[in-house]
Design a protein around this ligand. Structure first.
Ligand SMILES: C[S@@+](CC[C@H](N)C(=O)[O-])C[C@H]1O[C@@H](n2cnc3c(N)ncnc32)[C@H](O)[C@@H]1O
Length: 229
């Protein structure tokens, strides 16, 4: 059982990377209110989702305990693979209840509280899809993920070039795709994650547009392992 009330209320100690200005976002209103109404939509197009599911198929072993942090009603995991356990987190309980891949879930605003209610070294693969760009305290979240992921376990942060602009901190809104990759890698490295692997790929649009060479949402991922020590 990976869900717990945590052995304390404080997040793991984090090494600061961002300045206060880089954490600033245009809409400083409550994130929980912004996500209060469920959005049963796909945030990423089919080409991106297909690439992401293929990455999961290749990288996450079937026996894994998986954490889908900043999730919704979809987790993009391959349908044919049964994992030991899939734990979901997000900001909208109704979306998470509707997610067929989740064995359990909880709701928590990570910009308010970063301590995760999970046991230390209880997760094999931690996933964040189209969510990192909304973190104002990414260092503390990355440090908590380092705590809850087992030695040799991994974190996979995937994103494209879309965002709710007003909800993304300045470090994200001011940068381009390459900056985003470098930024996520920098935060992970600073908390003690292994040097990350970076993936940046164009995707091919589905259907007639794709036949004509049209692109889908670009695919970016940062993958890192937790060192053994
Ligand atoms: C664009 S959606 C992506 C959802 C899902 N990962 C997917 O692939 O469809 C962004 C998600 O980030 C999460 N999120 C945004 N701000 C958050 C915050 N302050 N605390 C916790 N989660 C947050 C919510 O769960 C929201 O559904």
């Amino acid at each position: 059982m990976a869900l717990s009330d945590g052995s304390g209320s404080r997040p793991a100690l984090a090494v600061p990377v961002l300045s206060d200005a880089e954490r600033f976002k245009l809409d400083a209103g409550d994130d929980a209110l912004f996500y209060a109404e469920p959005r049963f939509v796909q945030h990423l197009d089919e080409a991106f989702r297909t690439r992401l599911t293929q990455l999961y198929r290749e990288r996450i072993p079937p026996c894994a305990t998986v954490l889908d942090l900043m999730s919704s009603w979809v987790s993009h995991l391959p349908e044919e693979i049964r994992y030991d356990r899939v734990i979901g987190h997000g900001l909208n309980g109704r979306e998470l209840e509707a997610n067929p891949r989740l064995d359990s879930h909880w709701v928590q605003d990570l910009n308010q509280h970063q301590r995760l209610p999970l046991d230390t070294a209880s997760v094999d693969a931690a996933l964040i899809v189209a969510g990192w760009q909304y973190l104002q305290q990414p260092e503390a979240v990355a440090a908590e993920l380092l705590r809850v992921v087992r030695p040799h376990g991994q974190v996979i942060v995937a994103f494209s070039n879309r965002m709710f602009f007003q909800k993304a901190p300045q470090i994200w809104t001011d940068g381009g795709d390459r900056d985003h990759l470098a930024y996520v890698a920098r935060v992970l490295l600073a908390q003690g994650w292994d040097p990350p692997e970076l993936i940046a790929e164009a995707t091919r649009a589905r259907g007639p547009l794709g036949w004509l060479g049209g692109h889908g949402d670009p695919f970016f991922a940062v993958i890192s392992r937790r060192p053994a020590g």
